[in-house]
Design a protein around this ligand. Structure first.
Ligand SMILES: *[C@@H]1O[C@H](CO)[C@@H](O)[C@H](O)[C@H]1NC(C)=O
Ligand SMILES: *[C@@H]1O[C@H](CO)[C@@H](O)[C@H](O)[C@H]1NC(C)=O
Length: 408
């Protein structure tokens, strides 16, 4: 029965090919839609089949895999996905080292019908940008100090390259755009798949080397600006850098632009954790952050939160860090330190789309620990879909500015 069906289908497809393109064996039938990144297979009898979304080797959104840190380091790109499988800075549930693999698994359907983002009116996969999956940065699980060094080096190696596409001209004024980097070179963007949140310290060190002190948008249910003496850091210099203190260190090192960074928390951005006391907010202020609390969504809504974020960061370069625990554990249970009372996946996606037009120079999603997920892969799907919004916003806004005309 099965072989009969295949024979029947191949007769139909085969005859279509012959009729549509007589003598052009290299062409695909007109009815065949080439979805992005799904290689087509032409069988011995001539029929063409797209690779199914559930088959093949899993990269983010089935993007092409480029060995950016290895033998293909000269292949240029505009946006790179890279994993940082590090979770030895975690205070509660470990397991985010499997985050990159899990998020890729959860992203398989992103390009099923091509990847067009309806509300943002863009298909990032067909925007002309070269977008690739670089695999993972090799990270040791035995030595945090060395691992943090490896993550910084790996990120820098990608970020310091020249972007594949030219910046082009401003869509409003038509004038030529120039890079917003310190060195005047148009560098690519990197989207990092964590890993626990500690990885943001080495990522911001890398960002600093290209952009200087940067505004940060931080979605999290926790502040992560805790002093090491409060958050587990007392035993040793190694212990003082962990997933609750990395923003404290980033601020101390001058990596964050004080006053123009915002944390949407359940303690930052989507902030909602319990605190050691009100002084935790004082330390957060000192680290340069303004806050929107998760519960404020009930009063000011997603529009109000978007407005607060945009007012705070302005239109300069901004780094975006998303802890999956900003989403409620009902929607994203597989995370290191879950907090109830969070946003829905829909709410976070709406807020991210509201960042349209901001100059997001790079981004990450962290604390996805797939071992605690449901069989339905809720958390890894949520992480992948959240990144789809980030990618769409990036694809719409080139990292350039129009040079101010000289005054006569
Ligand atoms: C871009 O702008 C430059 C000058 O600002 C102009 O010379 C060039 O023709 C523009 N290119 C396009 C495609 O509009
Ligand atoms: C932000 O403030 C902290 C002190 O609270 C300081 O150490 C850091 O250098 C400042 N960052 C910048 C970019 O000025």
């Amino acid at each position: 029965m099965k072989s009969l069906l295949i024979a029947f289908v191949s007769v139909i497809l085969g005859s279509d090919i012959v009729q549509a393109h007589p003598g052009h064996d290299d062409q695909e039938p007109l009815e065949y839609v080439n979805f992005p990144f799904q290689p087509a297979y032409r069988g011995p009898s001539g029929e063409v089949t797209a690779d199914a979304i559930f088959s093949g080797i899993t990269t983010f959104a089935k993007l092409p895999w480029v060995q950016c840190l290895g033998k293909e380091r000269h292949v240029p790109f505009d946006i790179a996905f890279i994993g940082a499988p590090f979770d030895t800075g975690t205070s509660y549930r470990p397991g985010a080292r499997f985050g990159p693999a899990g998020i890729r698994e959860g992203s398989r359907r992103l390009t099923l019908y091509g990847g067009y983002n309806v509300p943002l009116n863009v298909n990032p996969f067909k925007s002309g940008l070269e977008i690739v999956d670089c695999g993972d940065i090799p990270v040791t699980p035995y030595d945090n100090k060395w691992a943090i060094h490896q993550i910084e080096e790996g990120h820098k190696s990608l970020l310091h390259r020249k972007a594949f596409s030219p910046l082009g001209n401003d869509s409003v004024t038509g004038e030529r755009l120039s890079p917003i980097t310190l060195d005047g070179v148009n560098h690519p963007r990197v989207i990092t798949l964590g890993g626990d949140h500690t990885i943001v310290l080495p990522l911001l060190r890398s960002i600093h080397s290209i952009y200087g002190p940067i505004s940060v948008i931080h979605f999290d249910s926790h502040l992560d600006t805790w002093k090491p003496s409060i958050f587990g850091g007392a035993p040793s210099p190694q212990a003082s850098i962990n997933h609750g203190t990395y923003f404290y260190w980033a601020s101390q090192e001058g990596l964050i632009n004080n006053g123009t960074s915002i944390a949407s928390i359940f303690r930052h951005g989507a902030i909602r954790t319990t605190l050691s006391g009100p002084e935790d907010y004082e330390q957060d202020d000192l680290s340069g952050f303004k806050r929107v609390e998760a519960r404020e969504i009930d009063t000011i809504g997603t529009d109000g939160i978007i407005k607060r974020i945009r007012e705070t960061v302005g239109d300069g370069p901004v780094y975006l860090s998303i802890d999956i625990d900003s989403i409620d554990p009902a929607f994203a249970p597989a995370t290191g330190t879950p907090e109830t009372g969070g946003w829905s996946t829909r709410e976070l996606r709406t807020i991210l789309r509201g960042l349209d037009g901001l100059h997001i120079v790079s981004a990450d999603i962290v604390e996805v620990a797939p071992a605690y997920d449901t069989n339905a892969e809720l958390t890894t799907m949520a992480a992948a879909d959240v990144l789809f919004e980030v990618l769409s916003v990036m694809a719409k806004t080139p990292l350039g500015k129009v040079a101010k005309p000289p005054k006569n």
